[in-house]
Write a protein that binds this ligand. Structure first.
Ligand SMILES: [Zn+2]
Length: 271
């Protein structure tokens, strides 16, 4: 990887100095593709995400609309999920997982739905919405594409996805479901979920319960590895620490709900 990076850096500097590489050998084309990837626009990444999710839906056997789990998802999402912006579906995989894609798609695994209450599933979905709105999913896909383009000597012809072979597309896809978000990204997505729950009149303590449940499931070792898609514990780290942080915020919120506004207190005491 370091070697590739150094080659890329070298060629990048040569190109900056005016060296034409279009007619170069495959290794050089791979490097130019890597450089092109670094300039992907948001729109291109969203287009790639849309292609990816169509592929993933087929590969993972997305459940049909009349499946009981999908019916339940539609019910619990009514009035909560903005369907103009997000498109939510269920995979039959047994892992406790959910992931967000840059195009607004969110996929929840059956393993998670079977272990979580409706409120907890809403909390998980709200967290995933946070990753989409804050463009974490977009950056994860862009980074995965760059890494794949750097590893594969692919032709520069034929658009964004046209330049990726089927196996390379799979690589991007798997690195997306396995994309590990940073602590800051996780906290920001939790805060988004908190605000979303409060905005619809739901208690933010359901997010605390959800994170605590994820933490206990992780420590109990109930992480199944059946579909090879990984689990939420690796992609959304430190549920225990996040639960504690959100609990503090929820308690402050509750205290704010229960206290009298200052002006009113003064009026009541006659000051
Ligand atoms: Zn997350």
């Amino acid at each position: 990887m370091l070697k590739l990076f150094l080659i890329a850096l070298g060629i990048y500097l040569l190109v900056r100095m005016g060296w034409k590489v279009n007619a170069g050998p495959p290794a050089v084309r791979a490097v130019t593709d890597f450089m092109r990837a670094s300039a992907l626009t948001d729109r291109e990444v969203v287009r790639m995400a849309r292609e990816y999710i169509a592929w993933a839906d087929r590969r993972c056997g997305r459940l049909p609309e009349d499946h009981p789990l999908v019916v339940r998802l539609r019910e619990l999402g009514r009035g909560f999920i903005d369907t103009d912006r997000f498109e939510v579906g269920v995979y039959p995989a047994a892992e406790i997982n959910a992931f967000a894609c840059a195009d607004g798609s969110i996929r929840v695994f059956a393993g998670l739905m079977e272990r979580m209450s409706d409120g907890e599933i809403r909390a998980v979905i709200a967290h995933e919405m946070g990753h989409i709105v804050r463009k974490d999913s977009l950056r994860a896909m862009s980074n995965a594409y760059m890494a794949s383009a750097a590893r594969n000597a692919v032709s520069a012809a034929g658009g964004v996805l046209g330049s990726l072979s089927a196996s390379a597309l799979g690589e991007v896809a798997l690195s997306l479901t396995g994309a590990k978000f940073s602590r800051d990204q996780e906290q920001a997505a939790d805060d988004y979920a908190f605000d979303k729950l409060v905005a619809v009149g739901e208690s933010p303590f359901v997010l605390v319960e959800t994170l605590e449940k994820l933490a206990s499931l992780a420590s109990a070792g109930s992480v199944e590895k059946k579909s090879g898609l990984g689990s939420m514990f690796s992609t959304h780290p430190d549920p225990a620490g996040r639960a504690a942080r959100i609990k503090t915020r929820a308690e402050a919120w509750l205290a704010g709900q229960n206290s009298c506004p200052g002006g009113q207190k003064r009026a009541l005491s006659g000051e």
